[in-house]
Design a protein around this ligand. Structure first.
Ligand code: SF4
Ligand code: SF4
Length: 507
């Protein structure tokens, strides 16, 4: 069975039949039922023959009470409760940028088929961040108003310029003795330049590590070529184990302190979802992010070899999620990270503030990316666009630009306007709008403008298909077993030094 990227069963609504007491809602057909959603983040499944009864305001009994409690009727509507829910869902607004992506170098010893990090060869030391720039990055980040500052190191391969990484960590810790912010560090690394000294520093300073693991050895090595070296997989898995042991030796809970990993799905991955999950389970990883390939960077040239349609990706997603749920039912805990992000929006009063899936988007307002030369971008992808010769997403430089300039920058404002879903064609009527989000940079890449065309947009198709699949599973869940697993995925036990939903690193 494949997942549709759009609703397949149109429902006709006779506007003259709509009773005045029916509240504001969006609707669609999922799993043979009518799904209702609303702005408070509530949802409800109706049998199809009950939808017309609902529209006429004639539903009564327990279901009426439940629909009123959820805000689907104006009668019995608790405005304060609804306002409180919306306020809580949007509580990320006004917090300032919590995610500060620091590109310590563009140098990298890998040549992954899908890289869009603008990597350079290892001899290009001119793409290393200087310590003076690293200092300015820390000063700039502390000049923003966010109570939480998460320095996320990316590249190239960030550990190729470990001196800059080390300086940022030490200078930020020193500054924070007075600033008293919530300070977090995370490193997105391919792990192949690691050594004991670097590991000890990272473990000692509480820097959490996220690497790339694309699956079993042959698949990982095929996607992630290590220039002039042997098996990237063997080195990565060896260091994952060493880090995990180092945290255990410090007396830390291995369920919270372990190397996280990201996988990027290429055409070769499509038929191997179960093997990929087995690889993660074998390594004790509790979370897997099934990430589709973006046709950016190197993937533009390799697309014919490694690319696929969004329908093919969603079939892979659905089949692999079936398997992940089977494992959970056998008592093996592993969550799919994108699903956990959507489920947190669907099943809890919170929004996880995932900067690439919120409305308005977080580029420039919730996250900033600092290139090796001190240039500031809305996000890491904005830096990639600049590398292609287009400075639209460049916001300034760590010397000479103030946070206020960034907050008022026309690009940041345009991104916000282009990602307010209440005002976007297609989103405004979409049943998934309350739990969805927009990344205008993707629209810019595909359609040439920040607004894009939703049904055609690859990101919209992905989010639509994934949410349709999750709601379908809930609609068909007659004994509550799936919902129980899903609710467990929404419990994020934060560990010091991490945020639950890291950005999409390149590793
Ligand atoms: S994806 Fe990461 S590891 Fe691979 S080539 Fe790009 S920067 Fe290097
Ligand atoms: S991007 Fe808009 S139209 Fe697409 S799934 Fe999300 S809410 Fe719906």
């Amino acid at each position: 069975m494949t997942i549709s990227t759009r609703l397949t069963t149109p429902l006709r609504v006779d506007p003259t039949a709509l009773a005045p007491e029916v509240g504001f809602f969006r609707y669609g057909v999922v799993g043979g039922k009518v799904l209702l959603t609303n702005e408070g983040g509530e949802f409800h499944f109706l049998e199809q023959d009950r939808f017309d009864t609902f529209l006429r305001g004639k539903i009564d009994g327990e279901e009426r009470v439940e629909l009123e409690r959820k805000g689907f009727f104006k009668t019995g509507l608790d405005i304060d409760r609804m306002a409180g829910r919306i306020r809580r869902k949007k509580s990320f607004l006004g917090g300032g940028p919590h995610l500060h992506i620091v590109v310590t170098t563009l140098r990298c010893n890998h040549a992954c088929k899908y890289c869009h990090a603008s990597r350079t060869d290892m001899d290009r030391v001119d793409t290393d961040m200087s310590l003076a720039t690293a200092r300015e990055v820390v000063e700039f980040a502390f000049g923003t108003p966010s109570r939480v500052l998460n320095f996320e190191f990316q590249g190239g391969e960030p550990t190729a310029n470990f001196a800059a990484l080390k300086f940022v960590v030490e200078h930020a810790l020193e500054k924070n003795r007075y600033e008293d912010r919530e300070l977090l560090f995370s490193l997105v690394t391919n792990l192949t330049l690691m050594d004991d000294e670097k590991m000890n520093f990272l473990v000692d300073k509480g820097v959490m590590v996220c690497t790339s693991l694309d699956g079993p050895e042959d698949l990982h090595n095929k996607n992630r070529g290590w220039i002039g070296k042997g098996s990237s997989y063997q080195t990565v898995s060896g260091w994952m184990e060493k880090f995990n042991q180092a945290w255990i030796a410090k007396g830390l809970d291995p369920n919270l302190f372990h190397v996280d990993a990201l996988m990027t799905c290429t055409r070769d991955s499509l038929s191997r979802g179960r093997e990929i999950v087995d690889e993660y389970v074998k390594r004790g990883i509790k979370s897997i992010h099934l990430r589709p390939l973006n046709p950016f960077g190197f993937a533009v040239n390799t697309w014919k070899q490694i690319g696929y349609t969004m329908e093919e990706f969603l079939a892979f997603y659905q089949d692999t999620l079936d398997y992940i749920l089977e494992l959970n039912q056998q008592g093996i805990f592993i969550q799919e990270r994108q699903a956990a992000m959507f489920l947190t929006k669907m099943l809890t009063p919170d929004d996880p503030n995932y900067t690439d899936c919120r409305s308005p988007a977080g580029s420039g307002s919730a996250q900033l990316a600092y290139n090796f030369d001190g240039s500031i971008y809305t996000c890491d992808e904005g830096r990639m666009v600049a590398h292609m010769g287009n400075d639209f997403f460049k916001l300034g430089h760590v010397t000479g630009t103030a946070w206020n300039d960034i907050a008022k920058h026309p690009t940041v404002r345009a991104i916000a306007v282009a990602s307010i879903q209440e005002a976007l064609p297609a989103c405004v009527d979409c049943v998934y709008k309350p739990t969805c989000g927009i990344q205008p940079l993707h629209n810019y890449m595909f359609d040439g403008d920040l607004f894009g065309q939703r049904p055609r947009s690859r990101k919209c198709q992905e989010f639509f298909g994934e949410q349709a699949d999750l709601y379908r599973r809930l609609a068909e869940d007659t004994d509550g077993r799936v919902e129980k697993i899903f609710r467990r995925w929404t419990i994020q036990r934060s560990r010091p030094g991490t945020i639950p939903y890291p950005t999409e690193g390149s590793a």
